[in-house]
Design a protein around this ligand. Sequence first.
Ligand code: ATP
Ligand code: MG
Length: 196
Amino acid sequence: MARQRLGLLGGTFDPPHVGHLAAATEARAALDLDRVLLVVANDPWQKTAERELSAAADRLAMTEAACRGIEGIEPCAIEIERGGPSYTIDTLRRLSAPDLDLFLILGVDAAAGLPTWERHDELPGLATLVIVERAGDVPPAVDPAWNVVHLPLNRLDVSSSDLRRRVAAGRPLRPYVPEAVIAVVEERSLYGSARS
Ligand code: ATP
Ligand code: MG
């Protein structure tokens, strides 16, 4: 049987947006990946001190909605099921299998933080690093132990932080967030959105 090629795009997904979907779908096409998992962090320990996150169940529901109908892009709850702080090393170890090649997909911002990650020196043995580079990005220097692929991506200037501020200010999430995700945001009154 052919080896499987599995991409992982980890994130807080609070909320998921078109930038995440663009990175996942472009990586899947460019690297001929069978599937790309959007891995929803349970406790993104480097972020939790900064602000109150939406509940993991809400972030997962939004991520499920974001992936609906997109071939080869799937939500992954492995870090939520494991509980505790979300360390990518644990996720890679759990997913690795003899007939599987793993691809860790990171934006330049996330890749720059790799040296601060838990047991970061063990990561390069487990996956190929895919650095998503948007025009104007300065790619960070990474541990030479990594097998690195650079993936150019059109810049979609959207971030979850901006989107949370938009909702709080009563501005629309459209068109930066898929309709199915907006439905979850409204149903669950997330980000201070009022039910309309
Ligand atoms: P926040 O604003 O809360 O930091 P975010 O939108 O940056 O949220 P993250 O969960 O921090 O989303 O990022 C998850 C992954 O998606 C990271 O690897 C990040 O580089 C990448 N990413 C985030 N926004 C974009 C975008 N607009 N285009 C491509 N990749 C993105
Ligand atoms: Mg971010």
